[in-house]
Design a protein. Sequence first.
Length: 309
Amino acid sequence: MAAAARPYWTGFLKLSLVTIGVRLYSATTEKERIHFHRIHEPSGERVRYQNVVPGLGPVDSSEIVKGYEYQKGRYVTVEPDDLKKLRLETTDTIDIAEFVDADDLDPVYVDSPYYLLPDGSLAEDGYRVIRDALRETGKTAIGQVVINTRERIVAIRPLGKGLLVNALHFPEEVRAADEFFATIPDEPAAEDELAIMEQIIARRTRKFEPGKFVDHYQAALKELIDEKLAGQLPERPPERKPAQVINLMDALKRSLAEEGAEKPADKPRSRSAKSSKAQPSLLLPVRGGLADKPKAQPAEAPKRRKRAS
């Protein structure tokens, strides 16, 4: 664990009559990202924010409370003591309510990842039992907890020697996909074009290695800042825009040719096969390493299907 890491939340993990102390750590960080401040250009000084009330000017932070706008320009105020009265059991406890198969988790509901650790040696036995039981059964625990004044659904699953927690969205926070996809025609892709695309996918299939992907925008920002500090301005590369595909079949054939015969295409799957609504590979880390690229003869292109006139 990073020496400077602080728990994002500390409390208890409860399953039936078993309760253990746990600590929650954010699994992501923006420490390495470049952040900008607002600067007053003539003076070079940083612009600071002030608490200002129109007509009154700056006010002290001790005079500021939370308020809910129930009508335009009208608010009901909420004091800290009012919020304390709303204290829920899940404020201090992750209460496991049920267990589900990993495939049952729709990726659209998955939000922030956290690492869950036992809080002290007394919690280690119970922690190991829950972790190993989840691993042996292949199940994911579902519970609720208050994180940063907001109650969240959470999914808990084993990860290496520990447990991974993902906060989940409530249904009312997720927009229905049908609202966005309704205008997409129901007509399936042409068989000949689909066969070529499947060959391209097969030849590019790898084990996911996040370390080989680079945030090019952050790298460009760093280069820009370094060169400005050195008193230079970087040369701006010419902007390249991808050309719109006019002839899909021609573009697919050229794409397949550029891929080369890296490995034979898999036998096209049955069109009637149903795909899982969830994609657990998006949720769990996988071991890295690129598979060797066996040489194979290019797959014979399928006969063109006659389109309905």
